[in-house]
Design a protein around this ligand. Structure first.
Ligand SMILES: C[S@@+](CC[C@H](N)C(=O)[O-])C[C@H]1O[C@@H](n2cnc3c(N)ncnc32)[C@H](O)[C@@H]1O
Length: 202
């Protein structure tokens, strides 16, 4: 039987395409900059699931310290090449990445779309462990319930990929982050299936 490659393989294969789009356009998520600019100068951020690092670069360009984490080696290679002043780590967001030190804010744009609902709690626990008191999360997710097969499965150059693309409702996020985070507000609704939420550390 033909082997089906997973999420990291998919992003290794497509990293250059995402980078081209991400570095050419304006902010992928315009309201991210409003969130960032509420912070004091000198604040430190984590761009979790940073991909090729274009949003990481935008945060850095606003004068903040920022580090990135992703588990796609090819995305990180591009991120490092384009941003030599920023530190990027290769890790899985479900692992303990507290070695990065504490941060004041985490942005995770289209990262939880690859996390099964049963693993959301672990993702929130790891994020909570690196946030300073009063730290906040900026989360962009695809609204809905469960895996979306047509956005998950694809064939590129004869190889089959399943990137495990999963929609999440706000209620799911609130339930799985219970006791760790409080939902603050939704921002930047643009009429699509994408939603941006801000959560605050408890
Ligand atoms: C849809 S892309 C989003 C990239 C970027 N945040 C953006 O705004 O365009 C999802 C990214 O999440 C990364 N990713 C998915 N699951 C991950 C995991 N468990 N740990 C670390 N990175 C992960 C992928 O490698 C990919 O770079």
């Amino acid at each position: 039987m033909k082997q089906v490659k997973g999420t990291a393989d998919f992003y290794n294969k497509t990293a250059a395409d995402w980078a081209e789009k991400g570095y050419d356009g304006g902010p992928g998520v315009p309201c991210l900059l409003d969130f960032i600019k509420e912070y004091e100068p000198g604040s430190r951020f984590l761009d979790l699931c940073c991909g090729a690092g274009y949003e990481t670069q935008r945060i850095h360009a606003c004068g903040y310290e920022v580090v990135g984490i992703d588990f796609s080696e090819e995305s990180l290679r591009i991120a490092r090449e384009k941003n030599p002043a920023i530190t990027f780590y290769n890790d899985n967001l479900l692992n303990d990445y507290s070695y990065i030190g504490k941060v004041d804010g985490i942005i995770i744009i289209a990262g939880l779309v690859h996390i099964e609902t049963e693993n959301l709690r672990t993702a929130f626990l790891q994020m909570h462990s690196v946030l300073n008191e009063n730290g906040r999360l900026f989360i962009t997710v695809r609204d809905g319930v469960g895996k979306i097969p047509e956005r998950s499965v694809t064939t590129i150059d004869g190889e089959d990929y399943d990137r495990n693309f999963i929609a999440h409702t706000l209620n799911e996020l609130i339930k799985e982050s219970d006791g760790l985070f409080t939902f603050e507000q939704e921002v930047g609704f643009d009429g699509t299936v994408w939603r941006n939420y801000i959560f605050k550390c408890r």
